[in-house]
Design a protein. Sequence first.
Length: 190
Amino acid sequence: MKVMAVLGSPIKDGNSGILAQKFLDKAVAAGAATSSFFLEGMNYKGCKACGGCKSGSDKCVIKDDLAEVLDEMHKSDIIVYATPNYFGDVSGQFKLFLDRTFSLLTPSFMSGPKKSRLAMGKKLVFILSQGAPEQAFTDILTRYAHLRDYFEFAEFHPIHAGNLMENGAVKNRPELLAKVEKLAEQLTKS
């Protein structure tokens, strides 16, 4: 089994990243191979809407650091997205990455029988951390739940972690850490 994480926080050890690492650690303990991509440390741009991935190429034609991340998505059984809530949405770093995943959709994704170039059966874990309580900004996870359908993920597991005002505050939230570990254990067994 292969598990990858895409870390969207500009803070290397931010709360969303800590939760993602907890997931990866548990996956390693279960025997999975893991990889992690810290977007802030990478050189990449957003989608240019050039259409190259829909005519002439089956992958994004932009040559930058995201090429490896997008390729790794094909190889992974479980994909973990981790991002903070910045101003009512995912971080800018994460949104640029997410726009580039458009290249993973088939040219006929709107009307054809197969929407995604990814293999069937992959699982998506979406970790969202924020300073506000979990009851606030629930629309973010609802908005990105469509990723399950677009990319034909077999499962979509949102984790909404609120009341985390300071960097590293999640380390003092054993219930959140346990929730992530339990999910990792569950997904790496099946």
